[in-house]
Design a protein around this ligand. Structure first.
Ligand SMILES: [Zn+2]
Ligand SMILES: [Zn+2]
Length: 191
């Protein structure tokens, strides 16, 4: 396990990942091994969640569809969301009460599909709020997402660049300043 920590500190992520899996298999009841596994797998889940969001933006750019049209993720984007969800579940299998992993899960289901994801995300957030009433971030997040967002017609996409992260001006593509090029609605994109 110390080897896994050392590998992590050296920035050798794949090696740390492999060693943490080994440590977890060897000592499934060791709290330190479990914590290390959770930390390393959570880092991976965060990367994959960001990648899924970015894959959707790229998909919008490529397909040149408007966010107010009927929107369906392409197969690559759907796979990216599946991978991120599986990575989060990896953490929760070992550490079911992991606060950050549960927050990330709420964010992912909400981002992926608001219609089915909103009630699921709110359920997770309300359970977290009940477990830790002193945490102000949770009720703040609940208020942000409990009602459909007016600014973006509840699409989650930046209304100025239509989720593309860039705008075409004078035949030049420029980074959208309203969303810092991320294509995410500035009002409801907190989660
Ligand atoms: Zn919005
Ligand atoms: Zn924008």
């Amino acid at each position: 396990m110390d080897e896994a920590k050392a590998a992590l500190e050296r920035g050798e992520f794949d090696e740390a990942f492999r060693l943490s899996e080994e440590a977890q298999t060897e000592g499934p009841d060791d709290p330190a091994a479990r914590e290390l596994y959770a930390v390393i797998h959570l880092a991976r889940a965060i990367r994959l969640s960001d990648r899924a969001r970015e894959a959707r933006r790229q998909d919008l750019l490529r397909r040149e569809i408007d966010f107010d049209e009927e929107f369906q993720d392409g197969p690559e984007v759907a796979r990216a969301y599946d991978d991120a969800a599986a990575a989060i579940d990896d953490v929760l299998r070992v550490a079911p009460d992991h606060w950050k992993a549960r927050m990330l899960k709420a964010a992912l289901v909400f981002r992926r599909d608001r219609e089915s994801g909103r009630p699921q995300a709110l359920e997770i957030l309300q359970a977290l709020a009940a477990a830790d009433p002193t945490n102000k971030q949770i009720p703040f997040t609940i208020r942000k997402i409990e009602r459909p967002c007016v600014r973006c017609s509840d699409t989650g996409f930046c209304p100025h660049c239509k989720g593309r992260g860039q705008r075409r001006l004078l035949r030049m593509d420029r980074k959208c300043e309203r969303c810092y090029g991320r294509g995410i609605c500035p009002a409801c994109g907190v989660l």
